[in-house]
Design a protein around this ligand. Structure first.
Ligand code: ADP
Length: 565
């Protein structure tokens, strides 16, 4: 009896716990998807590989198992690549498995259907890239890909499987023996005791300590240990956007609403699974105090000193690091932060919250971002178990601050790159992996990057509600073009269609569509959509003048220095 490469790939994935594949079929992997589905793996078919890849990445983040994305050769592979690169940048474990054309023809550049040297093309964008060249290496190749994706710092792995390998056969007993389940896929890494003591010594000396929680901490699923350490020490904490909910945003020690004060005055900062990259101003003054001391807990030692001196590096997985810190602090308690530090932060938090409440209470017509997000906030406060996906410019910056998250890993967003296009892929993965309702809060421009996946959401009848904050443009929709002949007939570069009725897209594919123009209508539509547990899209008509260019990142947008006459 013999088996073939298709069945071996599926057997090897199943042996390593893969129960879902996100992909888009075509030559040479269509039968691989069929074989997976008939063997009990759930196959979710997308309309664009980039969304399939984003879904796999989000699945990896949510489950600590590599999400698997399946792509076809050549262009299909290339479409998946941005998601692989984004997953690697975000430290999410995923594997892009791609079919590829015949090696003999590709390598001599003789011209084959969709030929491309995919292995080398993928390398710079992945944590690792491997090719399986023989059917007997399929088990080994999958084991290697899974191990690499989730051990150490997680990331994206590319696995190339030429079509000819999939159809090669092997004797069944030998094939079964060639597949194995990897043992302890993400081994714990314990921090050295002296590193733990050093870190606590720095914190104990501090007058104004601060803990920054990043998405690496959320990924680690060490929620109880993190909470225990934060509450035992009494140190104020600041969640990065995807770490919101690791401890509830309503937690009394959260200083999310006093962010700039916290980072400008902290004198010792414990970074837990958060990089000191652009999202944290590279730890530079004047955003941070010039004499701030940084302590960093991270699984990747090469991360330390990437931007600022790390006076106390803690190498290890977050669970082990937190356990060691808790043990040490239980044996040798450190003094609680000075009351003037915590009370300053509390005052700023209360003042900023009051300002926020005032803005949310305004009711201009047409609606603006605050009013729409205020309505969404009120609905979601009643349903903290809803997963929130968020992308856009203003839609991202404002929702991040306005929508509180109370449960860990319940907010997925544009991440380390601030990339657009993750929305529908992440929403689909959140619904598929958790079975819980999902609300995707989208700018109208951001939605466009993955909008066709509304069909995927409808086809699989997923409990996803897409809310489009539609101000008719990139950043905003009211720019008047000027200065040339083309500008008389064409819209300005930032302008989209303010009158677009996105809800018709959902209706086209059997979902529920809503068009709303007031917070009350939005509240009613969102409540109904969530209660139905079915696909829905709410087009939320905003004032085209609402929003600012580049959102909160105006400082990153180079300004024109010359004007032509
Ligand atoms: P944020 O954008 O939320 O600040 P980053 O993506 O910059 O977070 O940082 C995440 C960090 O977490 C990365 O440096 C990564 O190496 C680290 N990390 C990821 N998983 C773990 C883990 N299980 N244990 C420890 N560190 C981790």
């Amino acid at each position: 009896m013999t088996t073939d490469g298709f069945h071996l790939v599926v057997a090897a994935l199943q042996a390593n716990g893969v129960d879902t594949i996100y992909g888009l079929v075509g030559i040479p992997i269509t039968d691989l998807a069929r074989t997976a589905q008939s063997s009990g793996i759930r196959y979710i078919g997308f309309r664009h590989e980039s969304s399939a890849g984003n879904a796999a990445a989000a699945a990896g983040y949510l489950t600590q198992r590599p999400g698997v994305c399946l792509t076809t050769s050549g262009p299909g592979f290339l479409n998946g690549l941005p998601a692989l690169a984004n997953a690697t940048t975000n430290c999410f474990p995923m594997i892009q498995i791609s079919g590829s054309s015949g090696r003999a023809i590709v390598d001599l550049q003789r011209g084959d259907y969709q030929d491309l040297d995919q292995l080398n093309a993928a390398r710079p964008f992945a944590k690792a890239a491997y090719r399986i060249g023989r059917v007997e290496d399929i088990g080994r190749g999958i084991a290697r890909a899974v191990r690499t994706a989730i051990s150490g710092r997680p990331g994206g792995v590319y696995l190339d499987i030429p079509g000819e390998v999939l159809s090669q056969t092997m004797e069944t007993a030998a094939a079964a023996a060639s597949v194995w389940q990897i043992v302890d896929p993400a081994p714990r890494q314990l921090p050295a005791p002296d590193a733990v003591e050093r870190a606590l010594h720095v914190l104990a000396q501090a007058q104004r300590p601060l803990i920054v929680l990043g998405k690496g901490a959320a990924y680690a699923q060490a929620d109880n240990a993190i909470r225990e350490f934060v509450e035992t020490t009494g140190i104020p904490f600041l969640p990065m956007s995807m770490a919101k909910g690791l401890l509830p945003d309503s937690h009394p020690q959260s200083v999310a609403a006093a962010r700039s004060l916290a980072i400008s005055r902290a004198d010792a900062v414990l970074l837990i699974g958060a990089r000191l990259n652009w999202l944290l101003g590279h730890g530079e003054s004047p955003q941070w105090a010039a004499d701030a001391k940084f302590i960093q807990a991270d699984i990747a030692a090469s991360e330390f000193d990437s931007n600022q001196p790390i006076v106390a590096p803690l190498t290890g997985d977050i669970g082990s690091v937190m356990a060691a810190l808790i043990q040490e602090v239980t044996e040798h308690p450190i003094s609680v932060p000075a009351a003037d530090w915590t009370s300053q932060l509390q005052e700023r938090r209360s003042a900023n919250n009051a300002k926020m409440r005032e803005r949310l209470a305004e009711n201009p017509h047409p609606m603006r971002f605050y009013n729409a997000l205020g309505a969404i906030r009120a609905v979601l406060q009643q349903k903290p178990d809803v997963y929130v996906i968020n992308e856009g410019a203003n839609a991202l910056d404002l929702a991040r601050n306005i929508i509180d998250i109370e449960l860990p890993r319940h907010r997925l967003d544009t991440g380390t790159w601030g990339v657009m296009g993750i929305g529908m892929g992440y929403a689909i993965a959140a619904a598929v992996e958790t079975g819980r309702p999902v609300v995707a809060i989208e700018g109208d421009s951001a939605f466009g990057f993955s909008g066709m996946e509304i069909e995927t959401i409808c086809r699989y009848r997923l409990p996803v509600t897409v809310v489009i904050l539609n101000n008719g443009g990139v950043y905003r929709g009211d720019e008047i073009p000027s200065g040339s002949v083309t500008s008389e007939k064409d819209p300005a570069p930032t302008v989209l269609n303010a009158g677009a009725r996105h809800e018709l897209l959902a209706q086209a594919f059997g979902g529920q569509g809503y068009h709303v123009t007031t917070p009350a209508e939005l509240t009613a539509a969102l409540s109904e959509a969530l209660a139905s547990n079915r696909p829905a899209l709410i087009d939320c008509e905003l004032d085209p003048s609402a929003g600012v260019e580049s959102g909160h990142l105006a400082n990153l947008n180079p300004a024109k220095t010359t004007t032509s006459s």
